[in-house]
Write a protein that binds this ligand. Structure first.
Ligand code: HEM
Length: 248
């Protein structure tokens, strides 16, 4: 398949080299965030459904009320965010830089998205993330930050109008986050043919060449520069060889 991104060509997959997309620390960070967010969604929805005082299965196992499990998981999420922007500052900066990209043609990528999701024939784009991922990244960060700020605020308050406002915003952000997580899981599940194989990028860290060229053509076509289309192309450059072949 050429860098047009128009041919999912599954038969290419076996022949093409794998492409490294995520390092081990990035994958661990993603996994930790996923686990903690799942605990927060589960306990949050349990409380939202009016079950406070009735321990969930998780609260039973941990021997702690759901409100406590939720608060503790909340602090773990806050700690993960702090680790991400300190120890992981370089990766965090790359994430911000790649998410903030806007290119001509991104609008047409969105118009063509339903066809791409169903057939694998996406419009090509430049950069590490496709335009949909960039939008989703912003939505995830804003929503999680809102939950963090309002959650921490609630732990310091015992009631009153500010608590009521924080709770309303916390609930609204929960609805948005739930929709985002469901959409994210739908895409990585591979139910939509265009996204088959994408899950490997966050599990093993690498995807086969055909999947990479279909979803991230600007970064993974042979000869494309490692910065996603903004530097000089050099198929034999050490950076490019490493991106295509390097082990974990
Ligand atoms: C994935 C992120 C999060 C989600 C989805 C979430 C969701 C929820 C939901 C649905 C509720 C129940 C609201 C209700 O009673 O109607 C709640 C309550 C609460 N959340 Fe979160 N939350 C998250 C993160 C956090 C964080 C980071 C903190 C701060 C440490 C936090 C602290 C609290 C507190 C203090 C309450 C009130 C619990 C009580 O009744 O005492 N949450 N959350």
């Amino acid at each position: 398949m050429a860098a047009t991104g128009t041919d999912p060509a599954p038969s290419d997959a076996a022949a093409s080299p794998t492409v490294v997309r995520n390092t081990r620390p990035t994958r661990w960070f993603h996994a930790a965030t996923f686990v903690v967010t799942s605990v927060l969604l589960a306990t949050g929805w349990w409380l939202r459904a009016g079950n406070e005082g009735r321990p969930s299965a998780l609260a039973d196992v941990l021997g702690t009320p759901d409100t406590e499990v939720h608060r503790w998981a909340g602090w773990v999420l806050v700690a993960l965010a702090a680790l991400g922007v300190t120890l992981g500052v370089r990766a965090a900066w790359t994430f911000v830089r790649e998410t903030a990209r806007v290119h001509r043609g991104d609008g047409r990528w969105f118009l063509r998205w339903p066809v791409g999701a169903l057939t694998g024939r996406f419009r090509p784009h430049r950069g590490h993330f496709d335009p949909g991922q960039r939008l989703a990244n912003v939505a995830f960060v804003v929503t999680l930050a809102t939950l963090g700020v309002t959650g921490v605020a609630m732990t310091t308050l015992t009631g009153g109008p500010t608590f009521a406002t924080m709770l309303r915003v916390h609930r609204a952000a929960t609805y948005v986050l739930t929709a985002l997580v469901v959409g994210h899981l739908l895409l990585v599940s591979g139910i939509l043919p265009g996204y088959r194989g994408a899950w490997r990028a966050m599990v093993s860290g690498r995807v086969d060449g055909a999947t990479a060229r279909r979803l991230w053509p600007g970064e993974s076509s042979p000869g494309s520069p490692p910065d996603g289309g903004h530097g000089p192309a050099d198929p034999g450059s050490p950076d490019n060889r490493e991106r295509l072949e390097a082990p974990d």
